[in-house]
Each structure stands twice: as structure tokens, then as C-alpha cells.
Write a protein that binds this ligand. Structure first.
Ligand SMILES: C[S@@+](CC[C@H](N)C(=O)[O-])C[C@H]1O[C@@H](n2cnc3c(N)ncnc32)[C@H](O)[C@@H]1O
Length: 219
């Protein structure tokens, strides 16, 4: 994916490594639904705001991130989880675990278009057992966009695609119908109706970040 080749996340984390953020609502959903004796694949570790509380709580999670900076900082800060924090994407990590019982996708794998998002979720599906759960938290339409956008478009179902910089990939804010069709096309069936959650846009007081949070099953 473009993001991986461009090292955008490495550049971002070199300037903004913020470990003080609260866990997202997805963490509670996982705590209430995933069994501790099952193996979970967490894609896109980031600063660990969701994955660390889960691992501390005893959930058997294996995390990946494409960013070298992220993985080296996280391994340094949490050496006890080194074996559970690998640099890589979807198919190139934890090859000994053929399929996980469930996967977690928080603010990751939603790319600049529906088709790229479907394709990345299809790849993730290969790592989950049939009937395994996908816990997700994805960017939703209704989020207050940053004011420095340079271009935008809208899908027929009302998702917004916003370009923020010439050299960065556009961001897709999913509408409810597009979220459902992306999931279905990637081979997942919604089992807990997605709900929208609003979080404060901390660097843009008054603004909101809206996400879809839910659980889907791999068909
Ligand atoms: C917006 S952050 C979200 C981090 C974390 N999941 C959270 O909710 O706080 C996205 C993270 O996913 C990583 N990432 C992006 N694409 C990825 C991919 N295809 N596979 C693994 N990690 C990826 C980025 O490097 C970044 O750390």
C-alpha cells in the first residue's frame, strides 16, 4: 500500500509520538466480547492506547504496525510484549499462527477509496478463522474535517473522500451504507450493528471525530 512505501507514519511519529491518549470505545467492546483464551490479531498498534490495556488485562493479542519508529518505541517501552509487537502488515507477520480467532482494526485499513479498503479487509480476512470476529473502529462521515484540505469528493452513498496534501493519500470518512457494503464485499457479516461514537477533536477545540464501532463475522 502507498502508505507503507511512503513511510508517512514514520515521519508522523518522529514528530508526534503521543502516548498519553485514552483508549478508544473499541477497547471496551473487545473486553466485553473477546475471550482471553482466544488468539487475537491487532492490526496497526500505533501508540498502544487500545492494545496495551488489553494485553495488560490478559487478552492474547498479537500486534503489527508498518511503522518502524512505532515498533521500536513500543518494544523499548514495553519489552515484556516484544514478541507480540512486530513490524509488518497483514500477511507478513506471525506466520506460525495460520489463522487467528479474531482481529482488531482501529483507525486502520480504511484507505483512500472503497475498493482499496475492501481489498485490505479481504487480506485481513485470510488471517481470521471462519466465523471469527472482526472488531472495528473506522472513521465516519460527520467528523469535522481539518480546514487545510485541498480537494474532496463524495461517493454515491455519501462517504467523504478528503485530500489534505499533495503527497499524502486521501482520507475516507465512511457513510453507514458504504460501511455496510465494504464489509459485505470483503466477506464479513455485521453481527453487532455499528454505532457511531463522537470523540473530541483535541487539536481543534469544539470539533468532533466520529467513528463507526462494531463487530462483524468472517463468512
Ligand atoms: C491512526 S493510527 C491507529 C493506531 C491504533 N490502532 C489506535 O487506534 O490508536 C494507524 C496505525 O496503523 C499503522 N498502519 C497503517 N497501515 C497499516 C497496515 N496496512 N498494517 C499495519 N499497520 C498499519 C500506522 O503505522 C499507524 O501506527
Amino acid at each position: 500500500m502507498k502508505e507503507y512505501q511512503d513511510n508517512n507514519w514514520d515521519r508522523y511519529y518522529q514528530k508526534n509520538w503521543n502516548t498519553g491518549k485514552n483508549s478508544l470505545p473499541i477497547t471496551k467492546i473487545i473486553m466485553n466480547n473477546a475471550k482471553k483464551n482466544e488468539k487475537g490479531f491487532y492490526v496497526g498498534l500505533g501508540t498502544g492506547r487500545n492494545a496495551i490495556p488489553l494485553m495488560d488485562g490478559g487478552w492474547d493479542l498479537y500486534t503489527s504496525d508498518i511503522s518502524k519508529v512505532c515498533i521500536s518505541r513500543m518494544c523499548e517501552a514495553f519489552p515484556q510484549y516484544q514478541e507480540r509487537m512486530k513490524r509488518g502488515e497483514l500477511l507478513d507477520v506471525y506466520k506460525k499462527v495460520e489463522q487467528f480467532d479474531y482481529a482488531v482494526c482501529s483507525k486502520v485499513l480504511v484507505y483512500d477509496s472503497k475498493i482499496n479498503t475492501v481489498n485490505s479487509l479481504k487480506k485481513l480476512k485470510l488471517r481470521i478463522k471462519k466465523d471469527g470476529d472482526l472488531f472495528f473502529e473506522f472513521p465516519a462521515i460527520g467528523t469535522d474535517i481539518w480546514s487545510n484540505w485541498i480537494d474532496y469528493s463524495m461517493t454515491i452513498n455519501g462517504s467523504l473522500i478528503v485530500k489534505y496534501g499533495e503527497n499524502s493519500a486521501s482520507k475516507l470518512y465512511l457513510s453507514f451504507p458504504d460501511l455496510c457494503s465494504v464489509m459485505e464485499q470483503a466477506g464479513f457479516k455485521m453481527i453487532k450493528a455499528p454505532i457511531s461514537v463522537d470523540l473530541p477533536r483535541t487539536n481543534f477545540p469544539g470539533g468532533i471525530v466520529r467513528d463507526w464501532v462494531g463487530v462483524a463475522k468472517s463468512m
